[in-house]
Write a protein that binds this ligand. Structure first.
Ligand code: 13P
Length: 340
């Protein structure tokens, strides 16, 4: 294990004033996103859309890394450079999604899932390293509902996350472990806090059990928000307070940083929550690793039209800029209005 390389990569992923673009939507998820703006989900359209994002002028000031899907990591930019090298040349670290999606957890209540992809993982990681990828994401999903999550669901997902993280470190790739607690449902923010705490406790127990080194690991977590169908929505300060309390209780201070997913929050809520948390005194740097909350305006502006590319890139760079301010605790709502 090249600990110096892993440590350097992890520190660069959470460098001050930068965050990560999650552009690792599977072809199925991409299809859903493209359908919403009436774009045909062809391989070339997926490539052209990623080119739009990665090639947005100036965006490298705000991005430390990009998470790629396998297909994109094998595609080329307009100038013929494979995307991982294209990003690296801009000073952006290429990362890769390595889980193979979700499966029903056998014998568990309906809706409980476990992520797949451990078989053959070490071999795939060696190939991704050769392709230039220096970190890898694995997403597990925890659903809150009547009688769920079960202990079995937390346990199974914690163990796959820890086993993948160990395989990554052995392959000199920084693991970005993503146990996402979904915001779907009618639950309260208090219930979300409880489930986040139980989830992260299980994850870090497994991390320790498999000998994964916390100093060489990035956590990608959801925020503690109210269920999206709960009429009482926790405000920005409450979300920040609950999320930071859980993280301080469960995540080792030795870890180099924590990044957040946006999970279906509005673009501005994701930015406001991050800014409130980053403004506090924390044991780790906090930043974004958003997909939807960074890409929504770009996708809605692009709509598959070559003539809209420049405007879409501007919209994307703006969200990246706002979140780059937020990860330093410096975002304010007025900044959105000034730019609009
Ligand atoms: P969202 O920010 O859209 O939740 O996506 C982040 C991600 O990487 C999900 O795996």
């Amino acid at each position: 294990m090249d600990k110096a390389l892993l440590s350097k990569t992890a520190a660069a992923m959470v460098a001050k004033g930068k965050g990560i673009l999650a552009a690792d939507e599977s072809s199925g998820t991409c299809e859903k996103r493209f359908q919403s703006v009436s774009v045909e989900c062809t391989e070339e359209n997926r490539r052209a859309y990623r080119q739009l994002l990665f090639g947005a002028p100036g965006v490298e000031q705000f991005l430390s890394g990009v998470i790629l899907f396998d297909e994109t990591a094998r595609q080329k930019a307009n100038d013929g450079t494979p995307f991982p090298q294209y990003l690296a040349k801009k000073g952006i670290i290429p990362g890769i999604k390595v889980d193979k999606g979700l499966a029903d957890l056998p014998l568990a209540p309906k809706g409980e899932k476990v992520s797949e992809g451990l078989d053959g993982l070490s071999k795939r990681l060696d190939e991704y390293f050769k392709m230039g990828c220096r970190f890898a994401k694995w997403r597990s999903v925890i659903t809150i509902g009547e009688g769920i999550p079960t202990h079995a669901c937390l346990y199974a997902n914690a163990h796959v996350l820890a086993r993948y993280a160990a395989a990554c470190q052995a392959a000199n790739i920084v693991p970005m472990i993503e146990p996402e607690v979904l915001l779907d449902g009618t639950h309260s923010a208090e219930r979300s806090e409880e489930v986040h705490e139980a989830t992260l406790r299980a994850v870090y127990a497994a991390i320790a059990a498999y000998g994964v080194i916390p100093e060489l690991l990035i956590l990608k977590t959801s925020m503690v928000v109210s269920g999206k169908d709960n009429p009482r929505q926790a405000g920005v300060d409450e979300v920040a307070e609950r999320t930071l309390r859980v993280l301080k209780r469960t995540v080792p201070a030795a870890q180099p940083g924590i990044v957040f997913l946006s999970g279906g929050q509005s673009d501005e809520a994701a930015t406001a929550h991050l800014s409130a948390m980053a403004a506090a005194k924390n044991p780790w740097p906090l930043t974004f690793s958003y997909s939807r909350a960074l890409q929504n305006p770009a996708l809605n502006t692009w709509r598959g039209q070559a003539g809209n590319v420049a405007a879409a890139q501007k919209a994307f760079a703006h969200r990246a800029h706002m979140n780059a301010l937020a990860c330093q605790g410096k975002w304010k709502p007025e900044l959105e209005k000034q730019a609009a």
